[in-house]
Structure formats: structure tokens, C-alpha cells
Design a protein around this ligand. Sequence first.
Ligand code: NAD
Ligand code: IPM
Ligand code: MN
Length: 369
Amino acid sequence: NTAIKLLVLPGDGIGPEIMREVRHVIDWLESRRGLSFDITEDLVGGASLAEYGVPIRDEVIEKAWAADAVLFGSVGDPKWAHVGFEKRPEVAILKLRQELGLFANLRPAKVFDALVDASTLKPDVVRGLDIMIVRETVGGIYFGNPRGIETLPDGSKRGVNTEVYTTSEIERVARVAFDLARKRSNRVCSVEKCNVMESGLLWKEVVTDVHAKEFSDVELSHMLADNCAMQMVRNPRQFDVIVTGNLFGDLLSDLASMLTGSLGMLPSATLGAVRENGKFPALYEPIHGSAPDIAGQGIANPIAQILSFAMLLRYSLNKQEEANMIEQAVSNVLESGLRTADIMSEGMARVGTSVMGEAIVRELDKLQK
Ligand code: NAD
Ligand code: IPM
Ligand code: MN
């Protein structure tokens, strides 16, 4: 029974604050569930820039490969807004995704019953909502060439980014989405803008092809990305699995977070290709960022980070029971009326990051008995 190797990368801003609460959950699993973790922690983002002059060291990428899974906080700090593009704190997460080949970013948006009133949408619109956004994360306009800012002869400038998708990049992320749908409500909606982008047209053709050849039992629909944004607000429960490219997936998942009450609620898993030994590289992180506007105040919601750890238990370690317990503990604590500021509503008890974390651990204790 060897220890589970975790690489923990808290990052910047609220990252370290919310990661502290996950460490309490990990301690609890060790003392009460007999799991054993071998944890390495390291610096990424602005924290790494300050110490090493780079947003992420090659050594950290090596450690990520060696770990059973990576738990990531968030990176980004306005302090580094002046540094060159390749040195920005955000490069840490982009490089981890790319170097480890983490192409499928699973972003579930599920509404806890207790939070139905926390959404800015009407309770009847969001109650029971359960969407899974599968966002492609190593291609598209984030990484396409040519890119850059160039100075034109007249002294003005030109900023360039290029959306590129290849058949195989689309195929592999489509397969992840169809596979997930089979374990859910068996519906996939593929989202692009085939009406204006060739990369979107290819996306639609390849998804249609993969569906016909390998997943014809799954219900497939297609939607233009602008319509999808509208439909997610109009009637979000029409969706089961959404599969889309890097940029649209980024936007639509932040949008989906507000259906659940707060950006501070949504976890994610980013998975790479399965290797010969059956293992696959994987990174787990909240979908939110370092929230510089509230960092250092002890008021950030730790739930997205804690639920990201539950996804880690589920997907990388196959610890379904423990993952279920954590999700149940979060649900019970919300039912009990505790709220961080971001999900606060009338009549509830407002608490900070650590009280929320402690309450979740106490609830785990109760579930264990
Ligand atoms: P953000 O997600 O950090 O914050 C957006 C808003 O949501 C803010 O008002 C913030 O206070 C709130 N919020 C976010 N997480 C919260 C939580 N757990 N609890 C309570 N409130 C929360 O987005 P932003 O402000 O646009 O970006 C800030 C920095 O984070 C930027 O540098 C950006 O590049 C970076 N970023 C990093 C990641 C990542 O590491 N994966 C993701 C998104 C943004
Ligand atoms: C996210 C973030 C990142 C992204 C940034 C920080 C690079 O917004 O994980 O959603 O755009 O992918
Ligand atoms: Mn984002």
C-alpha cells in the first residue's frame, strides 16, 4: 500500500489560502480513512517569479510527471502586469497543460439545492442543473501560430493570434466528451462557430464523424457559440455534456459558474492521454483565478478547490467513496446555512475561508461515524 504521490501547487492570491483548507481534508483522510499521501509542494506563477525569475521551473514539470496527480491553486498577480508575455504568471498553468498534454478540461457545473437562491438566475431555471463542459486545453487560439505583437512601418502595431485545430486534436477531446455522456444523460452538444471560422467547420465535421463511427448511441447536437451563451442563461438544463474549443470553453465555463451561485464553487479536472502503464497525467484546479481583489482577507470560498480535490480522488485515484463523502460534506455544510461572502444570501451565516474549511472537515467526521 504505497503512498499516493501528489504535487501541490498553491500559486498566487487566494490560491494558498484555499489550498490550506484542502490540506486539512487530506489530513483527515489520512487519519480517518487510512489513505497515505506523499505530498510535494512547490511554487508557481508570481510566487515562482519572485523566487526564481520564471513562472514555472522545468523541475516542477518533472515533478508533475512523477506525481500520481497535480493539485493546482491559481496563478496571476497584477504586480507582474509589466513583465514580458512569456514571463507572465499565467504561463505556469498554460505550460503545465501543454507539457503534460492535458487536452481535456472537465468543468462540471452542478447546482447544490441549498444554493438555488444564490444564483442570479431564477430558482426554477437552475434547480437540479448538472452540466459537464469539456473544454479542449492545449490547442486553439491559445497556442496557434503565427502569434505576437509586431510594429508596422508606420509605427502602429498589429497583435496576432491564430485559431488552429487538427483532426486528431478534435477527435481525442470529442471521444472524452462522448465517453462521459454515456455515464450521464447520453447527450453531447458540440459548440463552435462554423459559420465564420474554418477551424469551427472542421471541428463540427470531425465531431460528427467520430459520433457516426464510434458513438452513434449518444445523442449529438451542434450549436453556434454565441447562441450557446444565450441558451445557457435562457434554459441551462437543456445541456448535458458540452464539448468545445479552448477559448469558447473558457468563457462558457465562467458563465456556467454563475448558474451555480459563484465562480468560487466550480472545480475542474484536466486529463491527458492514457500511457502504456494505464496511468494518465492529470491536474485538478478550480476554474477561478487568484482573485487579487479579495486575496489576503481570509474570505475566499474554498469549495471549488476542495471539490477539485474530490475530482482528483475520483478520476486519478478511483477513490469514489471518499470523493462522494467530500461532496456530501460540502452539500451538508451548505444545507446548514454557512456561506462565504460570494454565496451569501439573506438569513444565512456568513463565514470566512477557514471556518468553511473546518465545517467541511467536521461534517466528514459525522459522515464517517
Ligand atoms: P478571478 O477568477 O480571479 O476573479 C473573478 C471574480 O470572482 C473576482 O471578483 C473574485 O474575487 C471572485 N472570485 C474568484 N474566486 C473566488 C473564490 N474562490 N471565492 C470568492 N470569490 C471568488 O478572475 P480575474 O479577476 O479575472 O483574474 C485574476 C487573476 O487570476 C488574473 O491574473 C488571471 O489571469 C488569473 N486567472 C488564473 C486562473 C488559473 O490559475 N487557472 C484562472 C482564471 C484567472
Ligand atoms: C482558466 C484561466 C486560464 C485560461 C488563464 C489563467 C491562462 O482563465 O483556467 O480558466 O484562460 O485557461
Ligand atoms: Mn478562465
